[in-house]
Design a protein around this ligand. Structure first.
Ligand code: NAP
Length: 252
């Protein structure tokens, strides 16, 4: 981006904590205004605190918006918050996600649907709303959070694996549909990253996982945020429809 261009604006779903929080900080550090998102009013203070931190630390503008991505009207309001505040949406990072683990034979419809509604349908809602703005701008970056579990499967995560594999198919399709408008769409597939999501694992489970990771450690949110920053940049304009695993060699 040249100095004469307007500052870019990014929307990062699920950015109160964990990977999303680090991505919002990283994009602000790269010179973007940011919309920070919490799933509800209850967790809005965490989003507001991050918005204040972004303004103070990086001098970027940031707004905090409570929106459940599973709710189509709320995602519309989330994208509208970016156009209202910044007049644009250049980067959309679909990071919001949940797990409701269980073996397939015993999984309830409720647990299956909850994960699909947030991880897959929520991603679609945000992509559809943001793509309309990006198409008019003739520039955009869509970065969808998948998982190595969506690429390789994982016992006990049939709902999560289906949602994250769905995100990959969706991303490749968006890449094909939007390429001519200068909009790229890529999926990031993290391995095991140290956040609240993986904190639920026992120490024995964590040790077993680390044993399978070539790098010998769990990933950090920054390991993911650095890639997102690159994919959101001008330098990544010729990369689209890709699924990039960030897992310390675990899936090799
Ligand atoms: P996390 O620490 O559990 O944080 C989840 C974030 O998503 C929170 O900010 C949460 O907001 C938000 N969220 C949840 N439901 C939402 C909804 N309905 N609408 C809007 N926001 C919602 O998770 P994480 O580990 O950082 O994971 C981030 C993403 O990376 C997820 O898509 C996850 O599947 C993926 N991933 C993680 C790992 C890993 O090892 N951690 C590996 C592969 C992929 P609230 O605070 O408001 O609830």
């Amino acid at each position: 981006m040249t100095e004469t261009q307007e500052r870019r604006a990014a929307v990062v779903t699920g950015s109160t904590r964990g990977i999303g929080r680090e991505i919002a900080r990283e994009l602000a550090a790269a010179g973007m205004n940011v919309v920070v998102n919490s799933s509800s009013e209850k967790s809005l203070p965490a989003a507001e605190a991050l918005a204040a931190e972004i303004a103070g630390q990086f001098g970027m503008e940031a707004v905090a918006v409570a929106a459940n991505v599973a709710d189509e009207a709320e995602t519309g309001a989330l994208i509208a918050a970016a156009t209202d505040a910044f007049g644009r949406v250049d980067v959309l990072v679909n990071n919001a996600g949940i797990t409701r683990d269980g073996l397939a034979a015993r999984m309830s419809d409720e647990d299956f649907d909850a994960v699909i509604d947030i991880n897959l349908k929520g991603t679609f809602h945000c992509c559809r709303a943001a793509a309309k703005v990006m198409m008019k701008q003739r520039w955009g970056r869509i970065i969808n959070m998948s998982s190595v579990v969506g690429v390789y499967g994982n016992a006990g995560q049939v709902n999560y694996a289906a949602s994250k594999a769905g995100v990959i198919g969706m991303t490749k399709t968006l890449a094909k549909e939007l390429a001519r408008r200068n909009i790229t769409a890529n999926a990031v597939a993290p391995g095991f990253i140290a956040t609240d999501m993986t904190d639920a694992l026992s120490e024995a489970q964590k040790e077993a996982i680390v044993g399978r990771i070539g790098s010998g450690r769990l990933g950090e949110p920054a390991d993911i945020a650095h890639l997102v920053r690159f994919l959101a940049s001008d330098e990544a304009s010729y990369i689209t429809g890709q699924v990039i695993c960030v897992d310390g060699g675990m899936s090799l």
